[in-house]
Ligand binder design. Sequence first.
Ligand code: GDP
Length: 325
Amino acid sequence: MCPFNYDLTGKKVFVAGHRGMVGSAIVRRLATEDCEILTAERKDTDLLNEEQTRRWLERHRPDTVVLAAAKVGGIGANNALPVDFLCENMRIQLNVIQSSHAVGVDRLLFLGSSCIYPKFAKQPINEDSLLSGALEPTNEWYAIAKIAGLKMCQAYRQQFGRDYISAMPTNLYGPGDNYHPEHSHVPAALLRRFHEAKLADAPSVAVWGTGTPLREFLYVDDMADACVFLLKHYSEREPINVGTGDEVSIGQFAAMVAEAVGYLGKLEFDTSKPDGTPRKLLDCSRLLSLGWKPKTSLQEGLPKALHDFLDGGGRHLHVTSDAAE
Ligand code: GDP
């Protein structure tokens, strides 16, 4: 039983970042609730622009904000674009969180990432290990921005009594992902690379790193379901982890993607590419104890993600997308 209940009925919910993988999944999920969903198009309202963001919020006055807008990308993009990842994310967060407070939004859900935790945090990683050690260098820019975002939520709670909460998802995948060959996360990168290798009848495909790092993958519609659950039932200062509890090595994961795609060639590990953090399994006992659990296994989710790619997701080859990681 959840002690806290927030009724979404009749509420105006602003999803910032609705074109991204996570934001679009949250919009799909919120469509099954009896609430009004608000979105802002980037061409009219650039969340990097303080005045435009403030004006949009003043005009629409949402009851609740979900901050899923972010500059995101995989290990390659984070390494290549540190200024973009640090500064754009800080700016979006400042604009959306400050303006939400200014127009009287009392409830806000901020989306972070499991990379906020120290590189060598005790596994599975619980929320209390935040800021207990050094970060993984390949994504510290993004992580620092996300830590600042969750700290802003805590600061607004402490100083102004705002009910701003933060969720920390594990690695996500699914429809709406960014399929850029160099800048995407591993699920989208491998779906695309194996698909292209299958079409070209290539004898082998490169997988970055050693294949030994362990990762936990959550299907994005499960993440969206968790976000709605948290909006309704979570009201604490501390961030809350969202994951599956299952981990696979990158080597095992690559084999699963190859199978989903139907690629029969060899996998070659390119050790000139970075591995990133060796392991990041989230401890989700706080969320599980509230009564939420994921529904979609990798065996079910990967074919759906492939379907999205084949269905045109792969046409959108932007460097980054508006979605929390
Ligand atoms: P991370 O969890 O922040 O490291 O995010 P990524 O999704 O970018 O990478 C996860 C793991 O997959 C890392 O160990 C990468 O080295 C590995 N990996 C293997 N092939 C690829 C690839 O083509 N793209 C990316 N981004 N990672 C890959």
